[in-house]
Structures are given as structure tokens and as C-alpha cells.
Ligand binder design. Structure first.
Ligand SMILES: [Zn+2]
Length: 421
């Protein structure tokens, strides 16, 4: 859908009773009126230790998100791939005319491995210096709060307006999203466009590298370590291949935003004792690739590389196995979702946000694969994700709430908004 209105028009509320006040001001006021509720909601979410895969924490947080959605009049569906790993999908679909906008946030958090180093207890959700501290505050309960709060704002400003909004609070993004958004999408979730509210410091992430994890295994022949000539050392064979990988050139022109594809060997295992020639060695490899590449072609390319090495060393025996992949993605800047975000943000902050690339698409991959154009756009600095003493600024949550509210209104068109205010 092309938006019919110019950004200045949304500020003028000429059909409204209070025609002195711009829409941005009205949204900001309503968010200010709801400030205590929004902060309390963020704290309630942060206080739950909702670790990935932990049914107790994830069920508890599902109760909070579903209660919030029901309170705003959403119909709520609980979607579980496994008992207790509860995805909460809220739908408000009163309008047939507007495209359906989906907001997604993951509710799971990574573990706390160094609690002794936290200045404030990781699940206390303490407010200090206008920040809320806690595991998951930035990644991404701040964004989750904003997406849950924005419909409350637009509904209280425009009682009679019909909306077409889906909120998806999903589990297990931190471990791949298989029981989370991936499963929900497989169950038939549909929308016309989506915002994944991950912390991007309110820059639009419309382009991401793909991710490919491989397990490389070399095989040899064991022998006494004092007579290595009787064996085949799988670690030496691995070393030859890894040296090739270290210098491998994918022959891709550098991407203007994402740069070059990368390879990292992240772990290696092999052998048992100094006096035994190792007969096997495994390495885990992480590849980040460009939208111009695809994971299957990369695997073929690396298999060919190893096969070529085998011509000069016939003793090389190696297997390459795919562990997982995430597609790269690129959403065009003239797409409806990006134009809607630009317009909504401009309404609130008077300028358009910038763009950013990322090294992984996170859960937005599943939406894009299902044909739902999705970008990441949310409050919080991504450098704070998974850190000790993680925090999010309260103002960032409130700002995102204002912008999401304006985006919802933008996605619903001027006519319905001006008639209803
Ligand atoms: Zn996240």
C-alpha cells in the first residue's frame, strides 16, 4: 500500500476537537500519562528469569504478555511447540482496509554466568539514573515493552479507529528460534509487514549477513606416537585445510554496508594423548555471508577446495556437515514497511532514522522467508546485549513507544485516523 499522506499532514489534526495540538504532541502526552505503567511493565518483564528453553520462566512471562494484550482487547492465542515454551500471539483485526502490521519481540534471555560481577542483582530490574538494569533489559525486554505499550497509546487516542495489528511475543530466539518464531510462522502466521523490536538504537536494520555453521571432520589412522610414520595424523590434515580456509577468498565484491564475507574457526577437538597418532579431528566453523551468496553454494565451494587439496595429499579424508544456517536478507528502502517506519519516526522526532547492517538476521529471517517483509528496529544499544550489568534507558523505551504508535497510525492510513480522532 502506498501511503497517501505527507508527513506534515499527520501533525495537523484539523478534524479533531483539539486542532491546536500536533499528533506527535498528543502521542507524547499519552505516553507520558502512561509512563508509570510502561516502566512497571518493563520491570515486571525483566524480573522474570526467562532463559531460553526454560518452561518455567517462559510460562511466567507468557502470563504477563498475554494479560497485557487481552487488556488492550487483543484476541490471544498461545502457540507451543513444546509444553511451557509459550509463544503469545495477540491479534487485533477489526479493520479489513489497512494492511496488517506485526510487531515481534523475543521474551527469552541468555544466562547469567557471572552474577558476582553484577552491581545490581540481574533480575531485580532496579531503576537507577533513569535506566532499568537487568539481564534482558536491552535484549530485548525494552523493545518488548514498547511494542506492548504502543497499541495502548493509539487505542486511547483513537477510540473509534479500527486496527489491524498483530503482536508476537516469542520464545527461544537466543537459541535459534526453532520453537519460537520459526514454529509460529510454520503454524501459519500471516501479516503484510513486520518490525522485529530488537535493540538497534532505533536505526533500521534492513540488511543482514547470512550465517552458516559447519562441522569439519578429518579422519586419519591411529598408531603409536613414537612411530607416526605408521599412522595418518588427522590433526595435521585438519591444519592443512584450516590454513586454506584462513586465506580463502570468496571472490565477492565488498558489500557497501556489510563489507566482506567472513570465516571463523571457533573450536577444535582432536586426539587423546601425546603418544597416540590421532585418527580424528573436528573443527566448528562460522561463516557470515553476503546477500549475493547462498549457503549451499558456499558448502560446495569449500568441498571443492578440500577436494583440490586432496590431489596434492591423497591421505586427506574430510567431511563437511552443515549444523545450521540463517538466510541473509535485504529489504528494499522503498518497501512499505521501511517507508512506514520512516514516516512514523519522522512524525515523532522530526527526522528520518538511519540504516544499519547486521551480522545476523536473528528471527526476522523466519518472517522474510515466509514472505513477510521484516526489519529490525528497536530501542537500546546492541553493544549492551548479553553484557554484565545490562541496562536500557527509560527514555529509549518511551521514545520507541511513541514511534511505534505513530508507525501503527501511519500503517492504517490518514482517512481512518482523521475520521476517528
Ligand atoms: Zn535479541
Amino acid at each position: 500500500m502506498r501511503l497517501k499522506w505527507q508527513s506534515r499532514e499527520i501533525f495537523s489534526s484539523s478534524n479533531c476537537q483539539d486542532n491546536e495540538m500536533s499528533l506527535a504532541t498528543r502521542i507524547r502526552q499519552e505516553v507520558a500519562n502512561n509512563r508509570e505503567h510502561i516502566i512497571a511493565l518493563a520491570q515486571n518483564l525483566i524480573r522474570v528469569p526467562s532463559f531460553s528453553g526454560d518452561s518455567e520462566g517462559l510460562s511466567e512471562i507468557a502470563e504477563i504478555t498475554s494479560a497485557e494484550m487481552k487488556h488492550m482487547g487483543f484476541s490471544v492465542e498461545l502457540v507451543e511447540a513444546q509444553k511451557g515454551l509459550t509463544n503469545v500471539i495477540g491479534k487485533l483485526q477489526d479493520s479489513q482496509d489497512a494492511p496488517c502490521i506485526l510487531f515481534n519481540g523475543h521474551v527469552d534471555v541468555v544466562p547469567v554466568t557471572d552474577e558476582e560481577n553484577w552491581v545490581l542483582a540481574p533480575f531485580s530490574a532496579t531503576v537507577r539514573d533513569s535506566r532499568i538494569y537487568g539481564r534482558g533489559a536491552c535484549d530485548m525486554k525494552g523493545g518488548l515493552t514498547a511494542m506492548l505499550a504502543a497499541p495502548r497509546i493509539v487505542r486511547s487516542l483513537f477510540h473509534n479507529m479500527k486496527f489491524n495489528i498483530i503482536l508476537a511475543a516469542t520464545v527461544d530466539e537466543e537459541i535459534g528460534g526453532f520453537t519460537g518464531l520459526k514454529y509460529v510462522v510454520e503454524q501459519g502466521l500471516k501479516a503484510d509487514m513486520a518490525i522485529v523490536c530488537e535493540p538497534t538504537d532505533l536505526s533500521i536494520v534492513n540488511i543482514c549477513k547470512g550465517l552458516l555453521w559447519l562441522k569439519l571432520t578429518t579422519r586419519g589412522k591411529s598408531a603409536h606416537g613414537g612411530m607416526p610414520e605408521n599412522g595418518i595424523n588427522a590433526i595435521y590434515k585438519m591444519a592443512k585445510i584450516l590454513t586454506l580456509l584462513e586465506h580463502h577468498d570468496f571472490k565477492q565484491a565488498p558489500h557497501p554496508v556489510l563489507g566482506r564475507p567472513t570465516i571463523n574457526v571457533g573450536s577444535i577437538k582432536g586426539g587423546q594423548k601425546p603418544n597416540i597418532v590421532p585418527d580424528s579431528c573436528q573443527a566448528d566453523i562460522d561463516i557470515r555471508y553476503l546477500p549475493t551468496q547462498d549457503h549451499l553454494t558456499i558448502i560446495t565451494e569449500l568441498k571443492n577446495l578440500i577436494a583440490d587439496l586432496g590431489e596434492s595429499d591423497p591421505q586427506i579424508e574430510a567431511e563437511l556437515e552443515m549444523i545450521r544456517y540463517r538466510s541473509s536478507l535485504e529489504i528494499k528502502k522503498d518497501s512499505t514497511i521501511i517507508q512506514t517506519i520512516l514516516a512514523g519516526a519522522n512524525d515523532i522526532i522530526g527526522r528520518e532514522p538511519g540504516f544499519m547492517g547486521m551480522i545476523s538476521p536473528a528471527d526476522s529471517e523466519y518472517l522474510v522467508r515466509a514472505g513477510i517483509p521484516a526489519v529490525m528496529y528497536g530501542p537500546g544499544h546492541d553493544s549492551l546485549c548479553h553484557t554484565t550489568n545490562e541496562w536500557i534507558a527509560i527514555d529509549d523505551i518511551l521514545e520507541a513507544t511513541c514511534i511505534y504508535a505513530a508507525i501503527i497510525l501511519r500503517s492504517h492510513g490518514l482517512e481512518s485516523y482523521s475520521d476517528s480522532c
